[in-house]
Design a protein around this ligand. Structure first.
Ligand SMILES: *[C@@H]1O[C@H](CO)[C@@H](O)[C@H](O)[C@H]1NC(C)=O
Length: 114
């Protein structure tokens, strides 16, 4: 095999290594918290919490802030506001999203005490 034919392959390898460097480890802020995908994650977290929680009936209001971490899928940590029927409160939800496996899991959901 000629070296020239390896060049595109090496470039792809280098770029993907550089990307992994940039995204590996730790949380990164989510720039657009109004992205429909992010809103979908927030809805999922609340629906799931309502299913599990003893009588909890939260209604999604908005995403306040969020960050994500690349793991075997993507961890979304969202601060969101939800209404319990009488008042709005803030919660922090952690969702593991694995689109490749069509899987989404609510890891934790807890009230934020401001
Ligand atoms: C959520 O809010 C808490 C308290 O203000 C803060 O410590 C935490 O970093 C926030 N989480 C995210 C995902 O922004």
């Amino acid at each position: 095999m000629k070296f020239e034919s390896l060049v595109p392959f090496l470039l792809v390898l280098l770029v993907s290594m550089a990307r992994n460097q940039a995204i590996a480890g730790g949380y990164h802020p989510i720039k657009n918290i109004n992205d429909p995908y992010i809103i979908g994650i927030a809805h999922f977290a609340i629906t799931e919490y309502n299913k599990r929680g003893a009588g909890a009936k939260l209604e999604f209001m908005k995403v306040i802030k969020g960050e994500l971490e690349y793991v075997q899928g993507i961890n979304y940590r969202l601060n969101l506001s939800a209404n319990d029927g009488s008042t709005s409160n803030n919660y922090e939800a952690l969702v593991l999203d694995e689109p490749v496996k069509y899987s989404r899991n609510l890891i934790s959901f807890k009230p934020l005490h401001a």
